[in-house]
Design a binder for this molecule. Structure first.
Ligand code: NAP
Length: 555
């Protein structure tokens, strides 16, 4: 076991035997980075993971705002390659906070001796495919140039912040920052705090902030369907039940449409069920987490009428928790406005109740008092001027593609991913992109939206099987086939359009990139079921990766 946090390029443990510095360079030391180290090291590759942060964690290293926690239940929000580790680690609650999840990731890195493979405080600023060598050259902000045969993005699908263009944003004289860049030493006790945005991040953050801040003001544009998390501690009995059944839990995730250990599909649909029975099933399953969406009826995300009943049930439950009927009407969406899951619903650990506090204010910036500007001492709307010490931009992310577009990643024709994805974010199963040989992406655009550790592990298994094949058969370059990309893109769009998630462009949903001001809405997610996607990946590997052309390069 080692805890050396900073590996060095000279480290013999991961030095490549080929003419590259490393066989594989991965970017990002979150779940993807850890999975890459495990699976590629098993394949005999030299692996170097670069991360601009100073610790493992990825999302859980950056999103350290008060209240940050997983929305997946702890015991399946983890890597599953080692049965021993699953037994050894103990979670303390149903939804661990960011610190606990990061501690788990450090535990994995310790137990599996992963630290020597990770180079922290290293921001990649450019990557270019070298056609003559069949590999990649990677440049870092520190001036280092590294080469590798395979470049693999593990940068995460929700990691590049979306900074809103609000007049006067530069003029604020207090602390202003994006929620995912929360200053670790910030003391907000007794301070006046503004939160712009009302998505999952805000819902997690506000009840915790409100405990000690002088006041918290939330500037809300679009209301969300907010589901209860129903947090609870892990008990000895519950932990035993989990650990006695881990194989089945892991299999459940692999076989589930969202990669979660849920009991669905249920074989029940709202269509054809009496209204009384629908209400009974909704009520009986009101036990917290996204389970409610998946363990009640199978047609909530495809049938508008079923979705409407679910939406009404949720908004009624939301409003019951709020004392002031005006606030209740403001925070709960009107079910005619958009369907449940056109935006990703937040999970509540106290947000709705916190709106009853004297020191929490919800401001309607959509209809009642739109934002005008940020000033030196606060925020001006069309109706009021508010003074603040701190402004939190909980304004979301450039999902799926943002991290890959933030610096030039140049393929074999000199085009960058950013340029290629101007109109449509095409890929092959979210893992490969035509025009970008020997580049893999873990959970890229057009991959499913699912319990991420499950998807990450499935992606990394596919990647390592692909590399194994190439090594075994003497290939050194793979070129993603454009026909395969077109086929996957069309298939993904076809399925997307059959779901109610396709309404996301009407409500700025990040799930369609509709929250971005620099690109138009698009199909970003494969909604055909994560399990069907994992099957397709297995089939691809079994059939020798027909989506890729393999080349033996004479060097
Ligand atoms: P988000 O859901 O995209 O919400 C961003 C919020 O900012 C929205 O309310 C949006 O309003 C508002 N906004 C954006 N630009 C604005 C502007 N110019 N003026 C005023 N308001 C503006 O972002 P998020 O809350 O950070 O969550 C993003 C995703 O990250 C989640 O859906 C989830 O998948 C993930 N996440 C996960 C967890 C977890 O699993 N524990 C926790 C937090 C986040 P509109 O809706 O009107 O655009």
């Amino acid at each position: 076991m080692t805890t050396n946090p900073v590996g060095t390029a000279q480290n013999n443990a991961d030095q490549s035997k080929s003419d590259f510095d490393f066989d594989a360079i991965g970017i990002g030391a979150g779940f993807a980075g850890l999975a890459l180290i495990h699976y590629l090291r098993e394949t005999g590759l030299s692996v170097r993971i670069l991360d601009r942060g100073s610790d493992v964690g990825g999302t859980w290293n950056w999103n350290c705002y008060p209240g940050a926690a997983t929305d997946s239940e702890s015991y399946y929000y983890c890597l599953t390659f080692s049965k021993e580790l699953l037994q050894k680690w103990s979670w303390t609650k149903r939804y661990p906070g960011w610190k606990e999840t990061q501690a788990y990731m450090k535990f994995v890195a310790d137990e599996c001796d992963m630290w020597p493979h990770i180079q922290f405080d290293t921001e990649v600023v450019e990557a270019e495919y070298m056609a003559d060598r069949g590999g990649w050259q990677v440049k870092t902000a520190g001036g280092e140039t590294l080469t590798c045969q395979y470049l693999i993005s593990g940068m995460g699908m929700i990691s590049e912040p979306m900074i809103p263009k609000i007049e006067g944003i530069e003029s604020f004289e207090g602390s202003i920052f994006h929620s995912s860049r929360w200053p670790r030493d910030l003391d907000y006790a007794g301070k006046k705090v503004a939160v712009i945005g009302s998505g999952s991040t805000t819902v997690q953050m506000v009840p915790v902030l409100a405990e000690t801040a002088q006041n918290v003001t939330v500037f809300q544009r679009t209301p969300n369907y907010i589901l209860p998390a129903m947090q609870r501690p892990m008990t000895a009995e519950w932990e035993k039940e989990i650990k006695d059944n881990y194989d089945a839990i892991v299999q459940k995730c692999r076989d589930h449409s969202f990669g979660m250990a849920f009991d669905s599909p249920t074989g029940r649909t709202v269509e054809g069920t009496s209204l009384g029975e629908v209400q009974r099933v909704f009520e009986e399953n009101w036990k917290g987490s996204f389970r409610w969406v998946f363990e009640t009826f199978d047609d909530l995300l495809t049938n508008r009428e079923a979705n409407r009943l679910a939406s009404e049930f949720i908004t009624t439950k939301m409003k019951e928790q709020i004392d002031d009927p005006e606030i209740a009407d403001l925070v709960a969406p009107n079910v005619d406005d958009y369907p449940l899951f056109a935006k990703r619903p937040p999970l509540d650990q106290g947000y709705l109740k916190s709106l009853n506090r004297h020191n929490v204010t919800l401001v309607d910036i959509k209809k009642k008092e739109p934002l005008v500007e940020i000033t030196a001492d606060g925020i001006k709307t069309t109706q009021n001027s508010y003074e603040f010490d701190i402004i939190v931009l909980a304004t979301g992310f450039k999902a799926y593609t943002g991290a890959l577009e933030a610096f030039p990643i140049r393929g074999d024709q000199g085009e960058t991913l950013n340029e290629k994805w101007q109109r449509s974010s095409d890929s092959i199963m979210g893992v490969c992109v035509a025009g970008f040989p020997n580049l893999f992406i873990v959970t890229g655009p057009q991959a499913p939206f699912a319990n991420l550790p499950t998807s990450i592990e499935q992606n990394v298994i596919w990647i390592s099987r692909c590399i194994q094949k190439m090594r075994h058969e003497g290939y050194n370059v793979f070129k993603p086939r454009i026909e395969a990309e077109k086929e996957w893109t069309a298939h993904t769009a076809d399925i997307h359009n059959q779901t109610l998630m396709a309404c996301g462009d009407e409500v700025n949903s990040w799930m369609m990139g509709a929250n971005r001001d620099d690109k138009g809405p698009r199909v970003l997610i494969y909604f055909g079921g994560a399990n069907a996607y994992y099957d397709r990946m297995d089939q691809s590997a079994d059939e020798g990766f027909p989506e890729l052309e393999f080349v033996k390069l004479d060097k």
